[in-house]
Design a protein around this ligand. Sequence first.
Ligand code: CP
Ligand code: NVA
Length: 303
Amino acid sequence: MARHFLALHDYTKDELDTLLALAADLKQKQKSGIPHRLLEGKSVALIFEKSSTRTRVSFEVGVFQLGGHGLFMPSGTSQMGRGEPIRDSARVMSRYCDGVMIRTFGQEIVDEFAQYSSVPVINGLTDLFHPCQIMADLQTVIEHKGGYHGLKFAWVGDGNNMANTWIEAAAILGFALSLACPKGYEPDEKIMAWAQTHAPGLITLTTDPKVAVSGADVVNTDVWASMGQEAEQKIREKAFAGYCLDDGLIAIAKSDSIVLHCLPAHRGEEISDSVIEGKNSMVWDEAENRLHIQKAIMATLIK
Ligand code: CP
Ligand code: NVA
């Protein structure tokens, strides 16, 4: 049976550490021009039901660098977009391709696709999780901080797919995570409950960004309205007032803290221009690491 990458909770700490180590190795190889054609002759379908810049380019380039072929499939141009059942699409795609990446809405869509797929399925973002992104973020933290042990991670903003995935990462890998989310915009309750059982006391939730960011080593935020929530933009702007990652907030994190944002960013909303362009910002390394960690994930799963 194929092993998928749908959510971090399907992986152990050792497995995630191994993926992060392979990503570092592949990054070094790519920078040094050392061939690493681990997917020679393999095809990976890249299905998108939502927009993308980073995920699309990093997967497509990543497959190419591994010696394989990526098929960009925006759902509007396939039969999936016209309602062909997910289970039928999964079984058919498995007959042609060696792996599938999907970006879509409900987590149940990638779960069902994986259930019927005989080849590995990778979650390229759902409303619930963004596991490839958090792995790239962890790779960035390791590069700049030498590891993640003993660090304080802060999340400021929406309790969205990114926040949910950070919660899983903290519980599995064992680091402290403090989230500040406005009332009514908290992370998924079930994920929080799972994390509290899995790693009691490591994850805290507040409505005060200062509490979350105070003394933090890693400060992370994301847009206030995710893809699919565009109609709520105005309501959310009101609810998230005071949650902008600005110089005042960064000043209470550690002086050598690093700032992460998965991008795209809305400057002046969830993050100020001075912070995203400032000395603590590692967002460009973070974006680059999508390439390396996804190559590691694909090379590990696709046989
Ligand atoms: N961070 C991220 O997933 O970016 P894209 O939406 O551009 O793929
Ligand atoms: N939370 C954002 C992340 C974009 C990469 C969204 O889902 O739109």
